[in-house]
Write a protein that binds this ligand. Structure first.
Ligand SMILES: NC(=O)c1ccc[n+]([C@@H]2O[C@H](COP(=O)([O-])OP(=O)(O)OC[C@H]3O[C@@H](n4cnc5c(N)ncnc54)[C@H](OP(=O)(O)O)[C@@H]3O)[C@@H](O)[C@H]2O)c1
Length: 318
């Protein structure tokens, strides 16, 4: 190899496949990967809306469904080969509920199919977006299924890093920004402290895990959160300081509705998972018990106030 070849090799763009790229976090992960100079291969379904991804400049799309092993095999072996997969897809979410069919299979056999396809393709690493304390929530399907996937990655010998995220500070569909404009922070678990993370920070960590971390950092789960667990009033106080006007925490659901949870779950089956997750979070379990892994891999933990300040800037609140 002559020196010119070596330089060319070094300059080669690394491809990362993003599963769930059309989702809320998925698009943030795509943005973070592009900022690091990677080429993104967006794994989307035939029915996925690609508009946001195209506006970010993505041109490499591969169509596959987690519930279809053959399509995954093609996605994982697409040439030129990807150096990593970041998996953010979710079968339980409101976004995904728009899709017809049995979405519950996505988080169970779908993720199993993905691990099998990645392993068979010799994928160098899989970065799994997992959930904080997922190993301690056997009664919450979406949480416990993440833990099952983590275990399956290890069992199959597929190199991986699981990022166990706390609750997204920003949540889906800008709900928080809309309420904060009216002086209210929507509190999902009144009186309970939770670990939270601003989703663009999680996306940056996922991109770093795909591209930068050495192999010696792989094959573990890492809790991802701000520096302290926060209650709704603590987050509301951070918004108040950042915006310079009062923001108060208010329960996102009226107590009567909470009392009717079991009925709602019985009437609308797709809500059952979310209701179980919310009930579990409200018991105070959504708090990390881990030491310094996040700091060691990704640097100082973001503070709640700094996360709120960046969120306000990004959403045009200041
Ligand atoms: N929200 C939180 O507080 C929180 C906390 C910790 C971890 N997380 C995790 O963060 C991840 C991202 O959440 P999000 O809210 O950004 O998700 P989201 O917006 O609901 O996006 C879900 C994505 O999964 C894709 N998908 C669904 N079923 C699929 C299938 N069968 N095959 C292929 N793709 C499929 C969807 O594609 P289509 O566009 O085609 O539907 C979409 O791109 C989730 O895994 C969630 O567990 C969230």
């Amino acid at each position: 190899m002559n020196p010119g070849d070596k330089k060319e090799k070094f300059m080669e763009t690394r491809i990362v496949t993003v599963v769930g790229a059309s989702g809320t976090l998925g698009a943030e992960i795509v943005r973070a990967l592009l900022e690091k100079g990677a080429q993104v291969r967006a794994m989307v379904r035939a029915t996925s809306d690609r508009t946001k991804l195209e506006s970010l400049g993505v041109t490499d799309f591969v169509v596959a469904d987690l519930r279809d092993p053959g399509s995954l095999q093609r996605a994982m072996t697409a040439e030129p080969r990807a150096v990593a997969v970041v998996a953010s897809a979710a079968g339980f979410s409101a976004h995904t509920a728009r899709t017809k069919g049995d979405n519950s299979r996505t988080d169970t056999e779908g993720y199993r199919n993905l691990v099998d396809a990645a392993r068979n393709a010799g994928m160098p690493r899989v970065v799994l977006i997992s959930i904080l304390e997922c190993d301690k929530a056997p009664g919450v399907p979406h949480f416990s299924q993440k833990f099952v996937t983590e275990k399956y990655l290890a069992e199959k010998g597929q190199p991986y890093l699981a990022l166990r995220a706390g609750a997204f500070l920003d949540r889906a569909r800008d709900v928080v920004a809309q309420r904060v404009r009216k002086g209210v922070f929507p509190d999902i678990a009144p009186g309970v402290a939770l670990d939270m993370i601003y989703s663009p920070d999680l996306a940056r960590y996922a991109a770093a895990a795909a591209l930068d971390l050495p192999a010696s950092a792989l094959n573990q789960s890492v809790d991802i959160r701000c520096n302290v667990p926060a209650t709704g009033p603590m987050v509301a106080a951070a918004f108040t300081r950042v915006l310079g006007r009062p923001v108060v925490a208010k329960p996102v659901l009226p107590p009567l509705f909470v009392a009717l949870f079991p009925l709602a779950g019985w009437l609308v089956p797709r809500l059952r998972d979310q209701i179980k997750a919310l009930a579990w979070i409200r018991k105070g379990g959504y708090v990390s018990h881990e030491g310094n892994k996040q700091r060691d891999l990704f640097g100082e933990l973001p503070t709640v106030e700094d996360s709120v300040a960046r969120y306000c800037r990004d959403k045009g609140l200041i």
